[in-house]
Design a protein around this ligand. Sequence first.
Ligand SMILES: Nc1nc2c(ncn2[C@@H]2O[C@H](COP(=O)(O)OP(=O)(O)O)[C@@H](O)[C@H]2O)c(=O)[nH]1
Ligand SMILES: [Mg+2]
Length: 257
Amino acid sequence: MTADPPQSNPARPAHSGTQSDPRDICVVLPTYNEAENIEPMVSALLRLVPRVRVHVVDDASPDGTGEIADRLAQDNLGRVTVLHRRAKTGLGDAYIAGFRDALASGAELIFEMDADFSHPIAAIGPMVGLSVDHDVVVGSRYVDGGSLDRKWSLTRRLLSWGGNQYARTMTGLKVNDTTAGFKCFRRDALLKVPLDEVRSQGYNFQIEMAMRCQKAGLRVVEYPIHFSERTRGTSKMTPSIAFEALWRILQLRIIVG
Ligand SMILES: Nc1nc2c(ncn2[C@@H]2O[C@H](COP(=O)(O)OP(=O)(O)O)[C@@H](O)[C@H]2O)c(=O)[nH]1
Ligand SMILES: [Mg+2]
C-alpha cells in the first residue's frame, strides 16, 4: 500500500475546500435512532460547498429517523435519498448497502460519516481536495493536528489510543487512525475493494475496510480532524462491540491477510 507512513506533517489538500468541485459527491450517512440529529445534519451537509448529496441508510429506527429522512428526501429531490433496511444488522452491513447504492447511482466520490456531528463537516472540502491525488482520504484523529473532544476522560482516551495501537500492531496497518469512521473514497478505489467479502460490523468494519484498501494498494492519506462527542442522542456502540473487536482483529489478520 502507499498509505502514508505515520505523519509528522498533516496532509494539506491540493486546493481549498471552499472551491466548487464538479464531481458527483455522495455522503453516505448511516442512522439508527438519530431523530434529533438527522435534520440538522442533512441541512448542514446541503449547505456545504463543494456541493454534495446525501444518502441516508436507516435501519428501521424506532424513533422515527427514517420518516424524517423521507420528508427531507421529498423536500430535496435528487439531493437526499434514503435506504430503509428492514433491521439493524450492524454498521458494516448498513455501509456496504449504502456504498452499493452510491456506486449504482454514479457517485464519483463517496463519503462515510457519522450522523451525530462527531465528524467536522468543514473537513469535507479539504478531503475532497485531497482526493484529487489520493484514492482514499481518512479523517484522522491520530495525526498531527488531529484531536479528541476535551470531554473524553483519560481512561477513554487511553482505551481508544490503546485499541488503535493494538489494531495497527496486529494487522500491519499503516494508517494511524484504524477505526476512523470518516472517509472519502474515489469511485475507482471503492470498486477495487471486494465489498461482497466484507463481514465486520462496528469498529471492525472500519479496520477491515482499511485493511482491504491497503491490500488493494490504494493511495491512502490522512487529514487531521477534531472528533467531537455527540451532544444529541446516544451512542450505539457498547462495551461488548468493543471487546468483540479485539478478537475479530485477530481473525481479520488471517482472513484479509
Ligand atoms: N444504519 C445503521 N446505523 C448505525 C448502526 N450503528 C450505528 N449507526 C450509526 O453510525 C454512526 C456512528 O454510531 P455511534 O453510535 O455514534 O458510534 P460512536 O460514535 O462510536 O459512539 C451514527 O450515525 C449511528 O446512528 C447500525 O447498526 N445501523
Ligand atoms: Mg458517534
